[in-house]
Ligand binder design. Structure first.
Ligand code: KG4
Ligand code: ZN
Length: 351
């Protein structure tokens, strides 16, 4: 079964064709990320306009790369939430229109759950994808870490899961983005913090990891701790505006702050994973979401848990392949297709 997956929940416009939930035939991603750089974060209106411009060419390229024509596509899948309303609307309206015109089943899926399914893609004729060699097995512990979410979820099968814990304030990706902005590093903050950190000393500063109950996380205190430390480093007090910090910080200080922040953020995640693994003894552990691209997090988890799986970097951030894969495994487990006339976006959809 070949499914075309469409993803437009934030600033990426993405489409991919995946066969039987595991074989990646194409993966095309356009992004408006560069247009948001000067604002230090995603501007919803700009993101939505860019979605509109990119969606049709991106879908056409996804079919072309998969050497597939419409008659060979068995179904369509789309993320309908959570995300930015204007962005979600473009993908959902496009998917509905295609499903109705081509008379193909449509599957609307949860964007956050879809991130987990990037780990179910284990084959591809495409070059330059480094994919997991085995499919994850249940019960599986999913570590979902993105710009909007930080959650630990225990899946007992494709349709049943238990949300063990989540952030009570900022998502970890958001903390990377905000700390990057504070240090004068480019948006998105994840990759630029990781790059600056590679030149810094992770022991230069000791940032605290919030002691949250159960499996919950908190990253806003860590963000403030970095701000206070950066103010102290330039010899100022807490009233010094963060916007003036980048001009006062030296390159080496930025690298040390980035490295010390990164290790604290990674430790916050691995501490809770350790607790969940010892209580629930999952067979597989999967890393998902944009922050799953972080090499320190990948290394630390792999060192501790050989059963840990993570997607190719290109499948960590938003993509259509994860959407197509989730739709396949849901339909294979009796999930009914979505009525295109009834489908509406759900910007605040939760797991
Ligand atoms: O999953 P995603 O593409 O969008 C959401 O659903 O949020 O995740 C984007 C997030 C951003 O916050 C970005 O800074 C972060 O993923 N990210 C990283 C890395 N690459 C992207 N965070 C840490 N290290 C990275 N290498
Ligand atoms: Zn995402």
């Amino acid at each position: 079964m070949k499914i075309l997956g469409i993803e437009t929940s934030c600033d990426e416009t993405a489409a991919a064709v995946v066969e039987n939930g595991e074989n990646l035939l194409s993966n095309v991603i356009a992004t408006s990320a560069l247009e948001h750089v000067k604002y230090g974060g995603v501007v919803p209106e700009i993101a939505a306009r860019s979605q509109l411009e990119s969606i049709i060419p991106v879908i056409a390229q996804a079919l072309e790369q998969a050497k597939t024509n419409w008659s060979e596509i068995d179904a369509l899948a789309v993320s309908y939430g959570p995300g930015l309303s204007g962005s979600l609307l473009i993908g959902v309206m496009t998917a509905k229109t295609l499903a109705l015109n081509l008379n193909k089943p449509l599957y609307a899926v949860n964007h956050v759950q879809a991130h987990v399914y990037a780990n179910f893609i284990t084959k591809s004729p495409l070059k330059s994808y480094s994919l997991p060699s085995t499919r994850p097995k249940f019960p599986l512990l999913a570590i979902i870490v993105s710009g909007g979410h930080s959650q630990l979820v225990l899946f007992t099968d494709h349709r049943h899961y238990l949300l063990l814990g989540q952030t009570q304030d900022d998502a970890v990706g958001e903390a990377f983005d905000k700390v990057a902005k504070m240090l004068g590093l480019a948006y998105p903050g994840g990759p630029s913090i990781a790059q600056a950190a590679s030149r810094g000393n992770a022991n230069a500063f000791h940032f605290p990891v919030a002691n949250m109950p159960g499996y919950d996380f908190s990253f806003s205190g860590l963000k403030t701790a970095v701000l206070r430390q950066a103010q102290a480093v330039v010899g100022e007090n807490y009233t010094f505006p963060s916007i003036k910090l980048p001009n006062r910080l030296k390159k080496a200080q930025i690298a040390d702050l980035a490295a010390s922040f990164q290790i604290a953020a990674v430790n916050a995640i691995t501490n809770k994973v350790k607790k969940a693994v010892s209580s629930y003894k999952p067979v597989s552990i999967v890393l998902a979401g944009g922050v799953a691209a972080n090499s320190l997090l990948r290394q630390q988890l792999k060192q501790q848990y050989s059963e840990c799986i993570y997607p190719d970097i290109k499948l960590c951030t938003d993509n259509g392949a994860m959407v197509a894969s989730l739709a396949y495994f849901l339909t294979a487990n009796n999930y009914a297709s979505t009525d295109p006339y009834a489908l509406v976006i759900e910007p605040a959809l939760s797991m």
